[in-house]
Write a protein that binds this ligand. Structure first.
Ligand code: F6P
Ligand code: MN
Length: 342
């Protein structure tokens, strides 16, 4: 990309999509632009966090019972601000808010989308300069436009998703989003503050060799998961395979890498989290949407993540996600748990 002016910026890409699909209203496209602005604002603060009193906790505990970091709060406020000021979002759900937020001004009421997000994922890594990220899912509202969203609109389900994406604040900052057609990744050029299309039409390779799991919890996992992990190590021992373990414990970093290189990520149920740790609406559904568009799979061990019924805004689920062949291999072991994957 030495002379990358022939590469699309995010805005140029948005315009080209509108040109290619003249029926599009541009609403989704506006929403993505709004979120990309929040991404830039969060990126700046993440980059200089140690210098501007942005590390550490706020002293409050969120609905999840987790200590809220200063950067969590900052990121949450940026996301809310851009979506509220924009004209394409009728309401939001955030990991940091106990309840939904309805935008009831005239323009927002006319919008057809609800955005659910985890403003800053990977909290345990925030204070240590390790990659963290923002995750978002864009859902269609069910009620007629023109009125503020109602309770039913916020019963968010995978089948109502139209787009999902994430921002990774890593060695580069990338904004990646999926529509039903494709997944595209944009890298931030910090010198001019523009995202450029660096990863067009991302496909998760059919085969992979990376597995990402918190091995420390091995004895808390189900028999099927334990057998799968034993199997992987056994195959390596016998030199039949060369699996390799990579686990950052920042979902965005682990899944971004696995999406590009091929690999599997497991966050199973444990004694401490009998229903799984990760949240369905703003963590697992977005990632499942992205992986499926890219050719991968995502399940809770029994069914497709995107088919899980809504129970509450902050419901948790086990998550198994990755390239199709590794998911298939895992599925054989999860049958021991009475489940079915892939
Ligand atoms: O949001 C939860 C999270 O921070 C994810 O980013 C990460 O993958 C997970 O927790 C790590 O959990 P564990 O320590 O149980 O592996
Ligand atoms: Mn999270």
């Amino acid at each position: 990309m030495s002379n990358y002016r022939n590469v699309f910026t995010l805005d140029e890409f948005r315009v080209s999509e509108v040109r290619n699909f003249p029926m599009a209203t541009g609403e989704l496209s506006n929403l993505l632009r709004d979120i990309s602005l929040a991404a830039k604002l969060i990126n700046i603060e993440v980059n200089k966090a140690g210098l501007v009193d942005m590390l550490g906790d706020t002293g409050t505990v969120n609905i999840q019972g987790e200590l809220v970091k200063k950067l969590d709060e900052f990121a949450n406020n940026q996301m809310i601000a851009v979506l509220k000021r924009g004209i394409s979002c009728a309401g939001i759900v955030s990991e940091e808010l106990e309840d939904v937020m309805v935008f009831d001004d005239e323009m927002s009421c006319k919008s057809k989308y609800i955005v659910a997000f985890d403003p800053l994922d990977g909290s345990s890594n925030i204070d240590n300069c390790i990659s963290i990220g923002t995750i978002f899912g864009i859902y269609s509202r069910k009620s007629t436009r023109g009125q503020p969203c109602n309770e039913g609109d916020f019963r968010l389900e995978g089948k109502n998703m139209v787009s999902a994406g994430y921002v990774i604040y890593g060695s580069s900052t990338m904004f990646v989003f999926a529509t039903k057609r494709s997944v595209n990744g944009f890298t931030l050029d910090p010198s001019i503050g523009e995202f450029y299309l660096s990863h067009p039409d991302i496909k998760c390779p059919e085969k992979g060799r990376i597995y990402s799991v918190n091995h420390g919890n091995y004895y808390h996992y189900s028999t099927g998961v334990q057998k799968y992990l034993d199997h992987i190590q056994q195959k390596n021992k016998e030199k039949e395979s060369s699996y390799t373990q990579r686990h950052v414990a920042s979902m965005v970093a682990d899944l971004h890498r696995n999406l590009i290189k091929g690999g599997i990520f497991l966050n199973p149920a444990t004694g401490a989290f009998p229903n799984g740790k990760l949240r369905l609406i703003y963590e697992c559904n977005p990632w499942a949407f992205i992986f499926e568009v890219a050719g991968g799979k995502a399940t809770n061990g029994k069914k497709r993540i995107l088919d899980i019924a809504f129970k509450d805004l902050h419901q948790r689920t086990p998550l198994y996600i990755g390239n199709s062949s590794m998911m298939k291999e895992l599925g054989v072991f999860l049958e021991d748990d009475g489940g079915l994957v892939a």
